[in-house]
Design a protein around this ligand. Structure first.
Ligand code: MIC
Ligand code: SF4
Length: 795
């Protein structure tokens, strides 16, 4: 299989100092299409062989879950599991991933880091997707060219890097990363990393797909094993069958309510049971996608007939055949019958109600039947101000066709949407197919605005043209996955209620948040009552998928090492990276508390998106948004920090001031710090401005890893009440930290705190450092370590 050959050669290259180009000549041997299929077929024979070796090494007589099978079959060296008494939740796995996907916003830093490694090509197949930097305002025809012009420098950089290193470049307009991955790259049994937290979307096709920061992606791109603490496995058993208004989205909205935004941390969610057979592949993608909102490492489904159908419909019939065969012969794509889950939750799809989650957090889940009361009790707006469907979670052909069905019902009754209706197709393939099938026409005739195939409003690129002003409390219904304050339109008072595209679509005709399409009627212009019937639509287009604008789609690629990558030293958008200094050869002393955060502190709070997206490739400039969404625990103010003399300023300003004065600093925070996205800027920026430690009640998985990779030490309170004892401007010395790092992550750490008022005290803290992670911090960053190892290898 092509991957394994490449991996093998690249590994050899790694040993010789990371300098061997990818063996391009092999790429010209077979026909283009058969090679293209080979490129996207997981190396099943090798995986099954590796798994057999793992079973031999761990000697376990009990069965394996599907997640374990896929993870363990990707182990670099199965022998590392030998002698371990416990793997799930304890062991660190060193994995060789099959593929990497990067979106435009995060790819910039990932590539800037990759470039410093001096390789001529990526060691595994990789793709770049231009989706986050595209505005949603007037519609695709005007928004797309405007966004391309506005981001030209960045898109040119990404395109030239893609060409140089042999990465597939999906141009602006081609679609949202996760939808494109599902349509082209995801496959049962595949293991991939994506520099975006919703990468688990590919679990809808039975892949293990994990969201990571750019530095983690670099591991895979240079063929270094990627480390993951073996997750526990949460089994979600699905019984029954969805019916009426209940959709796949409701499975995850409901589960988010049960698990909360932290409940999946350290777990892979593995769906199983008879109910899985009734779901479409894209529906399963929706469910896996939003597993990111409960903090799960990833989510996945076993191989189903609907996966075969979807693979065939997306021109990958041979992948389906290979998957079916390997599953038939080895049961590789399903859990063993006697597999044991760490926990099991059962959901009966036949009884599942539609749900609405929000505002401001994706786990505040209310069943539709109780939503009317919730609106009243909480004093949430009764008036709806807009409805938006799309985003990587819900922009499949099926989603859009079911929404179309409802629009047709309403229009036939003479109804018109009462509020703005915005539609984002997930990919050019979906858009072109919807155009051919007249779906887009139906939306537009009804007054809907079809936005570019991109993230648009979901990432904060929504330029509202209605009369809602910043500060106006208002409610929007979206089919998205994330609803943190200010996320979509920059207005902290916009309440985003997450639900299915079907519910969003029915709500726009009511214009009211209290409408329940299952029980309530609307009044037609003639005064007659109108009630929606539950939507129906095909899961896949009867006439197949159209390809649309092929100029946005990459063909097979080979590296062109001579391609220049221009980074203008005067650019405000892109800047080359300088390595961070290594950890001092002693414990940290006099580290000062820059800010004590209260409440939710997501990556959006730490490194806001929206208008800041344009600086994603320029660490100095984007650092001006560091923590600007964080609430000051002592004053309740947002982005107001206090210096020693009592003078107040923005958090980035104080950080820069202290950095100039030679003061290193730490942040103190509450639970699930760094919740949300995979953006490593949330770790890079504090590091760049002189941050050394984050002390929190708990961390979100991706962010905790990102911090370590960039050389910041994440610590948690052993006693949560100690959070109350430590204040802004207090001084902290670490006790045992240096020793723990030198000892490969083993040992206790304490913090000696010198408050501004009162006696010095010492508090115990916890950490989760592996040996490798300790090495990153000591080296200054994971990238520094990689560079050091490469130099060592070539010496
Ligand atoms: C998101 O949905 O929050 C994003 C924007 O896609 C992020 C990625 C980013 O911040 O670059 C994510 O989910 O990781
Ligand atoms: Fe894009 Fe939104 Fe999906 Fe993030 S969640 S990848 S911003 S569509």
């Amino acid at each position: 299989m092509q991957y394994s050959r490449l991996s093998h050669l690249a590994r050899a290259a790694g040993r010789k100092g990371l300098s061997l180009p990818r063996p391009t000549s092999r790429r010209t041997l077979a026909t283009e299409s058969s090679k293209a299929i080979l490129d996207v077929t997981p190396p099943y024979t090798k995986l099954v062989k590796n798994l057999a070796e793992v079973r031999r090494v761990i000697g376990s007589s009990s069965g394996l879950t599907l997640a374990e099978k896929i993870l363990y079959s990707h182990l670099d060296n199965p022998a590392e599991l030998s002698g371990l008494t416990s793997i799930r939740g304890d062991a660190y796995l060193k994995l060789k991933v099959d593929r990497v996907a990067m979106q435009d916003a995060s790819a910039q830093m990932a590539l800037l880091q990759f470039m410093t490694c001096g390789l001529e090509s990526t060691a595994v197949p990789a793709s770049i997707h231009c989706d986050h930097m595209i505005v949603g305002e007037k519609g695709a025809d005007t928004d797309l060219p405007k966004s391309i012009a506005g981001n030209k420098e960045v898109f040119d950089f990404l395109e030239s890097a893609a060409k140089k290193y042999g990465i597939q470049f999906w141009a602006p307009g081609s679609g949202i990363i996760h939808q494109i991955v599902l349509e082209n790259y995801a496959a049962p049994g595949l293991m991939m990393l994506g520099t975006d937290s919703h990468t688990p979307n590919a679990g809808g096709l039975g892949a293990i797909a994990i969201g990571v920061g750019g530095a983690d992606a670099v591991d895979a791109l240079v063929d270094a094993p990627w480390e993951l603490k073996a997750p526990k496995i949460l089994g979600v058993r699905l019984e029954g069958q969805l019916n009426g208004w209940a959709t796949p989205k409701d499975v995850i909205l409901h589960l988010a309510g049960k698990l909360t935004v932290r409940g999946g941390t350290g777990y892979i969610i593995e769906y199983h049971g008879p109910g899985v057979q009734s779901l479409s592949a894209t529906g399963m993608g929706t469910i896996c996608n939003m597993g990111a909102e409960v903090g799960a490492t990833t989510s996945l489904f076993p191989y189903t007939k609907s996966m075969t159908d979807y693979l065939a419909a997306t021109r990958r019939g041979p992948v389906a055949m290979a998957a079916s065969q390997i599953n038939k012969d080895h049961g590789f794509l399903q859990a063993d019958e006697d597999a044991k889950y760490d926990e099991v939750i059962t959901i009966n799809l036949s009884e599942l109600e539609p749900h609405i989650n929000g505002p401001f957090t994706p786990d505040l889940s209310t069943p539709l039947s109780k939503f009317k009361d919730a609106i009243k009790e909480n004093n949430w707006p009764e008036k709806l101000s807009a409805g938006l469907i799309g985003s990587c979670t819900n922009s499949s052909y099926e989603d859009m066709s079911r929404a179309e069905n409802l629009v047709k019902q309403a229009e036939a009754a003479g109804l018109k949407p009462k509020v703005g209706f915005f539609i984002t197709p997930g990919s050019e393939q979906i858009r072109a197919t919807l155009e051919r099938d007249q779906t887009l026409n139906v939306f537009e005739q009804a007054g809907g605005t079809v936005l570019a195939n991109a993230c648009g409003p979901c990432i904060g690129q929504w330029k509202r043209t209605d009369d809602v002003k910043k500060g106006d409390s208002n409610a929007i219904f979206t089919s998205y996955n994330r609803n943190f304050r200010s996320r979509n339109d920059g207005n902290p008072d916009t309440m985003n209620f997450l639900t299915s595209p079907e519910l969003v679509t029915s709500m726009i005709y009511a214009g009211s948040t209290t409408f329940n399409p299952m029980t309530d009627s609307l009044t037609t212009p003639s005064g007659a009552p109108f009630k929606f019937t539950p939507p129906t639509a095909p899961t896949l287009p009867a006439a197949g998928f159209e390809r649309g604008n092929l100029s946005w789609t990459p063909g097979r690629v080979v590296p062109h090492p001579s391609t220049p990558i221009a980074v203008d030293p005067t650019s405000s958008r892109l800047a080359l990276l300088e390595p961070f200094p290594p950890f001092p050869a002693h414990n940290l002393t006099s580290v000062r508390v820059l800010y004590k955060v209260s409440g939710k502190c997501t990556t959006d709070h730490i490194s806001a998106a929206g208008a800041w997206l344009k600086y994603k490739g320029h660490l100095e400039n984007i650092s001006n948004n560091t923590l600007i969404g964080a609430v000051n625990a002592e004053t309740g103010e947002t982005n107001v920090a206090y210096d020693l003399d009592g003078s107040s300023m923005g958090i980035p300003e104080l950080a820069r001031k202290w950095q100039k004065e030679g003061t290193t600093w730490l942040v103190v925070a509450e639970t699930n710090y760094g919740e949300g996205s995979a953006r490593e800027h949330a770790a890079l920026q504090p590091r760049y401005l002189g941050g050394r430690v984050v002390l929190a009640k708990s961390f979100a998985r991706i962010h905790e890893t990102n911090l370590k990779k960039q050389g910041i030490v994440p610590l948690t309170f052993a006693e949560e009440t100690d959070y109350d004892r430590i204040k802004a401007c207090d001084e902290v010395d670490t006790v045992g930290l240096y020793e723990m790092l030198m000892n490969g992550g083993k040992g206790e750490v304490q913090l000696k705190v010198r408050p501004r008022q009162g006696e010095e005290f010492t508090i115990p803290v916890k950490h989760t450092f592996s040996k490798d992670q300790a090495e990153y911090v000591l080296a200054g960053s994971a990238l520094n370590l990689l560079g050091k190892k490469a130099k060592g290898a070539s010496a």
